[in-house]
Design a protein around this ligand. Structure first.
Ligand SMILES: *Cc1c(COP(=O)(O)O)cnc(C)c1O
Length: 385
């Protein structure tokens, strides 16, 4: 085994795909402490700057006072507290659905939803750029997997027309996590209707960020619960805490309580986190200036990047990739940025397609214009523009 592992790691290294973890020692804020140094952070998913919010810290402490630390059991045994229950109701109301069900992570939510709904005789349709957790869920469900090229709806329609399986589920990221572009949901809604398929949106990066009131990509396109009957959202990104949920009809949620194995066979999220998430949801709904500030900064970033001849995409979300092509170059630029005390991770295959290694810059409402200026000036120099 040792030889095999040594070999495997060597191959990864030679292909510039070896992954290491960065250790930091501070809250998730725009400036991180790494080895005692202050480093400017442009790779967090804490889009609204809530992860270190004083009200959330107090809520967590109060939650611990009331409920202690561990939930002690799964939801179906006796781990389901009033705090979890209230959170589910508040989340359902927020996204305008009958009910919601919370999971410990987004990865687990996707596994549970998809394997809980589909089996051997069914079909699932995934965009090539859908999140890894959706691909894993599809494989685990044993449903027939149809993948279509990114946003290629003609190919999707072709798959839908030829599939003979009983139930069809189309699943898409609301905002694609590595490119920051939006799924064109109206088209997917139309195709789902035409071919009697169900539609599920994973809105990990849209929820809290998009739409007037932060209800995500579904709100952005002014769609409703009939258009998108299965909505999944995560609570560790814009919500600044941890966890995830699925929202939909009474029947959908009751079914998943019976069938979603990653819901049933796991210890419930600590109740204090459910308490914290209620406060977080309240902040996401009421502190609308955070969303506005984030979009102001996104606009500023794009405008200034163009002035500096940086090639950006047309992403309107806090995810702003700079595509560099080969993995080695992406790694080198990321390291050069770090020498300037700027942290931007290089994203390489297999997370993104071959030849599209990139810097994945993410913005937060907590950043300042001068921090963005410093990032862009440094990039301008490093890339010799
Ligand atoms: C982050 C992410 C997930 C996983 O959520 P976690 O709570 O981090 O497990 C699922 N889907 C998408 C699109 C994501 O970006």
């Amino acid at each position: 085994m040792q030889d095999y592992l040594q070999n495997l790691l060597q191959q990864r290294q030679q292909a510039h795909l070896y992954r290491t973890r960065l250790v930091h020692d501070s809250p998730q804020t725009p400036v991180l402490t790494i080895n005692g140094q202050q480093i400017l952070n442009f790779c967090s998913n804490d889009y609204l700057g809530l992860a270190n919010h004083p009200q959330l810290k107090i809520a967590l402490q109060q939650g611990v006072e009331k409920y202690g630390v561990g939930s002690g059991a799964s939801h179906l045994v006796n781990g389901h507290t009033q705090a979890h229950h209230d959170l589910e109701q508040q989340l359902a109301a927020f996204v305008g659905r009958e009910r919601a069900l919370i999971f410990s992570t987004g990865y687990m939510a996707n596994i549970g939803i998809i394997t809980g709904l589909l089996g051997r005789n069914d079909a699932i349709f995934l965009d090539k750029w859908d999140h890894a957790s959706l691909v894993d869920a599809a494989l685990l469900s044993r449903a027939k997997l149809y993948r279509y090229a990114h946003q290629n709806f003609a190919q999707l329609e072709n798959h839908l027309a030829t599939s003979k399986e009983i139930h069809k589920l189309i699943v898409t990221d609301g905002v694609f996590s590595m490119d920051g572009d939006l799924a064109f949901l109206p088209q997917l809604v139309e195709l789902a209707e035409k071919y009697h398929a169900w539609l599920m949106v994973d809105d990990a990066h849209g929820l809290g960020v998009l739409g007037e009131t932060g209800r995500g990509s579904v709100e952005y396109y002014q769609l409703n619960a009939t258009d998108v009957p299965i909505l999944m959202g995560t609570l560790g990104k814009a919500f600044g805490v941890a966890g995830a949920f699925v929202a939909g009809s009474e029947l959908l949620i009751e079914t998943l309580i019976q069938t979603a194995r990653s819901y049933i066979y796991t210890t419930a999220l600590p109740p204090a986190l459910a308490v914290t998430l209620q406060t977080s949801l309240n902040l996401v709904s009421t502190e609308t200036w955070r969303r506005q500030r984030l979009h102001t900064l996104i606009h500023y970033f794009c405008q200034q990047a163009k002035l500096k001849q940086l090639v950006i995409t047309n992403s309107i979300t806090p995810i702003q990739p700079i595509i560099l092509g080969d993995a080695e170059r992406a790694m080198r630029v990321s390291q050069q940025l770090l020498q300037q005390n700027i942290l931007v991770t290089a994203i390489r295959p297999p997370t993104v397609p071959q030849g599209s290694a990139r810097l994945r810059i993410t913005l937060s409402a907590a950043h300042t214009e001068s921090q963005i200026d410093y990032l862009l000036e440094s990039l301008h120099k490093i890339l010799n523009l």
